[in-house]
Design a protein around this ligand. Structure first.
Ligand code: ASP
Length: 481
């Protein structure tokens, strides 16, 4: 007999069906045993009435979270016993056959609550159980809906989704790289991409014109508010022959359409999204991530959209091209005073190019940030497509000849006909977090790393066999005690 999903069982009134899933709970009422069965689609009340003694006895041993397969007749529940709150609340199954597919030990924590009250480390250690929780499953489904919508929308807009390599080269781009040793080329290393920035620019040289990717990005840096340590996902986009206005428009239209379709109850405070210059934002709000909601939630350490449905987007534009380098900047040109505000491929405003030598900190750039409810959800820029200006920026941030060589592929590519181009990369985890009304990005990621960059479920990072290190010609230094 073919399996029927629980949510569809009401269509099989007085018919015999088979359902499979996990035991949600068991309740014994005299000689009748009620067992709620759960699958990905819902919960069904099943009844073992005691007329088949063997079956009834066997059912008494059932425990929560066992995986079973039940066959029986779908019946209308007696009046007064119906539960209007769930889809299958009007029916129940009179079980005739049962097969136990696997037993389960008592779970380390309950999964029938929203889970906020449970120690997070425990939840991450047993994430596959935590994900059985209704709230988290709903979040994963919500995430999928958002990503699916984005893919469809951008395809209609003529974008091509292209996967760029994960094994790439370490280049001094701003954050610390994750390195991957090469076995075939001892002593050499790949790096995981901090973002597909250079690839997407090279795709513009390749004539792709409209690119996007749901891109994993890797940065070896401490957890930041709203960014997973280690890895996170971006909606990475790049377009040729565009100006700032075009990038803002396409991003804005995509987000408005997404909210209207998937979150109709939410209200976007202002359309078009207000644009605020960096200078005004700093003067007026003392931050480049202003929270423009009517009722920002002040009692949270992180701004969030959890308790009401207001979405206050805004653009911050006209950033300074450079900022003073801080000790957190991870530049090979360390010791230099200037660091790019966004990244080193960001174009200076045409009218400010003349200030590059005289007063670089005064130069404004074609960088734009998208802010939602006080959270920066993405940044982008129009890029430099002039070989000489790119070299000049490298000089200003203090790159040596050798450091410039890390980017020789890009500079070479720019000699073969590069269209003007620009893009943006909204951080998906944070956007999804706000849209789904969560306070923490880990709630919208299936298997997140902990705040101190560990996978508590897999127990990673972990030591490896000496043989593996030998193959890589790597020796681990004994740590000084
Ligand atoms: N690659 C940039 C980042 O990760 C975004 C962009 O400029 O498109 O911040």
């Amino acid at each position: 007999m073919e399996r029927v999903l629980i949510k569809n069982t009401a269509e099989y009134l007085n018919k015999n069906v088979k359902v499979c899933g996990w035991i949600n709970n068991c309740r014994s009422h005299g000689k009748v045993l009620f067992v709620d069965l759960r699958d990905k689609s819902g919960i069904l009340q099943t009844v073992f009435a005691g007329n088949d003694k063997d079956l009834y006895e066997k059912a008494l041993s059932l425990r929560p979270e066992w995986v079973v397969c039940l066959e029986g007749t779908i019946k209308e529940r007696p009046k007064g016993m119906q539960n209007p709150k769930i889809e299958t609340g009007k029916v129940e199954m009179e079980v005739e056959k049962m097969e136990v597919l696997s037993k389960a030990e008592t779970l380390p924590f309950g999964i029938d609550t929203d889970g906020y009250e449970i120690n997070e480390e425990k939840r991450l250690e047993y994430r596959y159980l935590d994900l059985r929780r209704k709230r988290l499953k709903k979040n994963l489904i919500g995430r999928n809906e958002i990503i699916y919508f984005i893919r469809e929308y951008l395809k209609k807009e003529d974008f091509i989704e292209i996967q760029t390599p994960l094994l790439s080269k370490s280049t001094p781009e701003g954050a610390r790289d994750y390195l991957v040793p090469s076995r075939v080329h001892p002593g050499k290393f790949f790096a995981l991409p901090q973002s597909p920035q250079q690839y997407k620019q090279l795709l513009m040289v390749a004539g792709i014109e409209k690119y996007f990717q749901i891109a994993p990005c890797f940065r070896d840096e401490a957890a930041r508010a709203d960014r997973s340590p280690g890895e996170f996902y971006q909606l990475d986009m790049e377009m040729a022959f565009v100006e700032q206005e075009d990038v803002l428009r396409i991003t804005e239209n995509l987000l408005i359409a997404l909210v209207k379709k998937l979150f109709p109850a939410k209200k976007i405070k202002q359309i078009p999204f207000p644009r605020i210059t960096h200078k005004t934002a700093m003067e007026k709000y003392k931050t480049d991530k202003p929270d423009l909601r009517n009722n920002p939630e002040k009692n949270n350490s992180q701004p969030c959209g959890a308790s009401h449905d207001e979405l206050a987007f805004c653009w911050i534009v006209d950033f300074p091209l450079f900022q003073e380098q801080t000790k957190d900047d991870f530049f090979h040109g360390a010791g230099q005073k200037l660091a790019p505000s966004h990244h080193m491929f960001t174009a200076p405003k045409k009218e400010d190019i003349k200030l590059l030598d005289k007063d670089p900190l005064k130069v404004r750039s074609c960088q734009y940030d998208l802010v939602l409810n006080g959270v920066e959800i993405g940044g982008g820029s129009i890029r430099i497509h002039d070989f000489e200006i790119q070299e000049k920026i490298f000089d200003l941030i203090g790159f040596t000849k050798k450091e410039k060589e890390y980017f020789s592929h890009l500079l070479t590519a720019f000699k073969y006909g590069v269209p003007p181009h620009g893009g943006i990369a909204p951080g998906l985890d944070r956007l999804i977090r706000i849209l789904l009304g969560e306070n923490n990005i880990r709630e919208v990621i299936a298997f997140p790393l902990s705040g101190d960059t560990r996978d508590l479920m897999m127990d990673a990072p972990a030591e490896v066999e000496k043989k593996q290190l030998d193959e890589l010609s790597i020796e681990i230094k004994k740590s000084k005690k």
